[in-house]
Design a binder for this molecule. Structure first.
Ligand SMILES: [Fe+2]
Length: 248
């Protein structure tokens, strides 16, 4: 009943040295930044909320964004050159990918080296409508090839939501790490996603945080995010773990 008077904390005040490990800021290769100008604008806004280090993660999605290490690295080099020209050569950026767990991905594992966030950590996602039929097989295959899956935004998969969180426990038991989207903390993707996000945080099941930025409006919203003390206490260890794990 006192919540109205509770002190709030701006999320962006806790992002010093944060590395955004999930975003779509490379130009022209997925549904994020369309042009280099877009990329530079996004990075400018990132700097305003205190973020200047990135592991960027374009979609690799066979049907829509059939990216390869070649397309991703070419876009990365292009952006880096433009950053230098714009006097922003101090921005740290390297590229990985966000792999859709589809049939093409299943065939790719073991065929070529996947782009990893770091070491053997591979960012993966699935459809918001249903899990892939062969999800367990894909996760098993990844681990056979010595990869560790990092599931992007686990809170957004409504078909995994349940009172007991048993679907999430199962994924953890199968070796998945979890990356939460920052905007889920304020219900950007819906109330259910926010509720599950905080339950996963409370259970200590969230490993890392990312922004999943595609457009300016995501960063604009992020700059307004306020958390209660309790919420902040749940999120801070995840921010710190993300920084510690991925610093380069
Ligand atoms: Fe993403």
């Amino acid at each position: 009943m006192f919540s109205f008077f509770q002190k709030k904390y701006y999320f962006q005040d806790y992002l010093e040295d944060f590395i955004d490990i999930h975003n779509h800021i490379l130009p022209g290769i997925d549904d994020g930044a369309s042009t280099v100008e877009d990329s530079l604008k996004l990075i400018q806004h990132y700097k305003e909320i205190g973020i200047a280090q990135f592991i960027t993660t374009p979609h690799v999605m066979n049907d829509y964004y059939p990216n390869t290490p070649q397309t991703i690295n070419a876009a990365l080099e292009n952006l880096k050159e433009e950053l230098v020209k714009a006097g922003q050569g101090n921005i740290k950026i390297k590229a990985a990918a966000e792999y859709m767990m589809d049939q093409a991905f299943m065939e790719l594992i073991g065929k070529e080296r996947l782009l990893t966030l770091k070491d053997n950590l591979v960012l993966v996602e699935m459809s918001y409508f249903q899990a892939p039929i062969n999800l367990h097989e894909i996760l098993f295959q990844l681990q056979t090839q010595q990869y560790k899956p990092v599931l992007a935004h686990p809170e957004r998969y409504a078909f995994f939501h349940s009172k007991s969180l048993n679907n999430y426990t199962d994924l953890k038991n199968r070796g998945c790490l979890f990356q939460l989207n920052a905007l889920s903390l304020v219900g950007h993707y819906g109330k259910n996603m926010k509720d599950i996000a905080f339950r996963l945080l409370k259970e200590g099941m969230i490993d890392f945080l990312g922004t999943d930025t595609h457009q300016l409006r995501h960063l604009e919203k992020l700059s307004t995010v306020q958390l209660s003390k309790k919420q902040l206490e749940l999120v801070l260890p995840v921010i710190n773990r993300t920084k510690d794990t991925f610093k380069y």
